[in-house]
Design a protein around this ligand. Structure first.
Ligand SMILES: C[S@@+](CC[C@H](N)C(=O)[O-])C[C@H]1O[C@@H](n2cnc3c(N)ncnc32)[C@H](O)[C@@H]1O
Length: 256
């Protein structure tokens, strides 16, 4: 079945981000996994080899997906890879004490495919160390593939393949149901806040909490991670971020 690729289609709204990847062969295999499922937006954050996209191993493993490699972008910082994304999903084999809500790949696909206004990023960790805690904490959700608990670490490209396959399947199911039932786009009420806007809100709120002596910068405990976890469950819209920033500003003005 051929999928119609509209501007709001998940194929244009989902970005794959690879952090600190060591093996160029894995990058090529990721490009292949993406292309087989119809995805093309690939970012590499600080790969081990600066020529990762033209490395012979990357090209060999990409097989016919070299166009995805050629169009991929290399950046130094995760923030640059997430520009323009509203919804960030950290993908990890490891569950942590402090993390955003946990989702499986199928539920993630359901959410992203059926939310037309959402530009999402799936962020994958390095082969040896996985994802840093800080990236996980700043994400909206943590995606875990519920694999064999005794041997749960998939190869990087296989993990990508599972996620993009689920998104394609969900997209096919949606196409089918809209053909059958004439279901139109459901959409959000307001414009979704981007990751930069949410990050700005966290910084503002943190400053305000310090200002009113609620947060001790010398002994912050887990206040900000807990607040981030709270907000990550809420799917903030731009208007809501602005309200939170307005409250933070007022708190700081009062303290002066
Ligand atoms: C080889 S794994 C890294 C394993 C690493 N030792 C760790 O502790 O996370 C490379 C990447 O694939 C993804 N991955 C592998 N297995 C996964 C699983 N069961 N669930 C979710 N992501 C997984 C994650 O993004 C991970 O960072």
């Amino acid at each position: 079945m051929n999928l119609t690729i509209s501007d709001t289609s998940v194929f244009k709204r989902l970005r794959i981000v690879l952090v600190d990847t060591s093996h160029p062969g894995n990058i090529g295999a990721v490009a292949r996994a993406m292309k087989t499922m119809g995805f093309s937006d690939l970012y590499l954050v600080n790969p081990r080899f600066s020529d990762a996209l033209t490395h012979p191993e990357a090209i060999a493993f990409a097989s016919g997906a070299q166009d995805i490699l050629s169009a991929a972008k290399i950046v130094d910082k995760i923030e640059d890879a997430l520009l323009g994304c509203h919804y960030v999903a950290a993908v990890s084999a490891r569950l942590r004490e402090f993390s955003p809500p946990i989702m499986n790949p199928r539920d993630f696909a359901d959410k992203v495919v059926n939310s037309n206004a959402l530009s999402a990023a799936l962020v994958f960790g390095s082969e040896r160390y996985g994802l840093p805690n800080e990236i996980v904490l700043n994400s909206n959700v943590l995606i875990n593939v519920p694999a064999n608990p005794d041997y749960s670490s998939l190869n990087l490209a296989q993990a990508v393949q599972i996620l993009v396959y689920e998104c394609r399947m969900q997209s096919l199911a949606r196409e089918n149901s809209s053909e059958k039932f004439g279901v139109s786009d459901v959409g959000f009420q307001g414009e979704m806040a981007s990751s930069e806007q949410i990050e700005g809100m966290y910084n503002h709120l943190e400053q305000a909490l310090i200002e009113i002596d609620f947060l001790d910068p010398e002994n912050p405990k887990k206040l900000m991670p807990r607040l981030k976890r709270l907000f990550s469950r809420a799917q903030l819209e731009v208007e809501e971020v602005n309200i939170m920033r307005g409250i933070s500003k007022k708190m700081m003005d009062w303290k002066k």
